[in-house]
Write a protein that binds this ligand. Structure first.
Ligand code: ZN
Length: 136
């Protein structure tokens, strides 16, 4: 069992793709090889955070970038990347919500103004119609 095979199997294990009979030799190698133990812990960390981020990140492009970075084990760059991209995604969503609220509120104000104008017009031209409009 060499390091390359072990690292491939670690990835398979974290993706639940490793066969049961491959577990024993893999852990045997891990117990003897510090480099592969480190790789195992790093990959597991990346894998765990990838799982958590699946719930946050909707765009597929980010997932793919994440997967590529994960394979390259650029963990520090990875966490930096996500501290930037997740809040900016939230800000974008927040900006859209504020914009929609603004449109909704200004729409409501316009409706009120139109209703008010309508009422005034009605009271001038059709006094009885306007009074029945007010009761409703
Ligand atoms: Zn090794």
């Amino acid at each position: 069992m060499n390091c390359q095979t072990t690292k491939e199997q670690i990835s398979q294990l974290l993706d639940n793709e490793l066969r049961a009979e491959e577990l024993q030799p893999m852990f045997q190698h891990l117990s003897e090889c510090e480099e592969c133990r480190k790789f195992f812990l790093q990959t597991k960390d990346i894998h765990d955070s990838a799982k958590t981020l699946e719930y946050i990140t909707a765009p597929k492009v980010i997932d793919q970038k994440f997967a590529v970075l994960g394979m390259e084990q650029q963990q520090s760059f990875l966490s930096r990347k996500f501290t930037i991209s997740v809040p900016s995604a939230i800000y974008s969503i927040g900006a859209v919500i504020v914009l929609m609220l603004f449109i909704y509120v200004s729409g409501t104000i316009q409706e009120k103004q139109i209703a008010e104008q309508y009422r005034q017009t009605m009271s001038l031209t059709m006094p009885y119609g306007a009074s029945s409009y007010d009761r409703n």
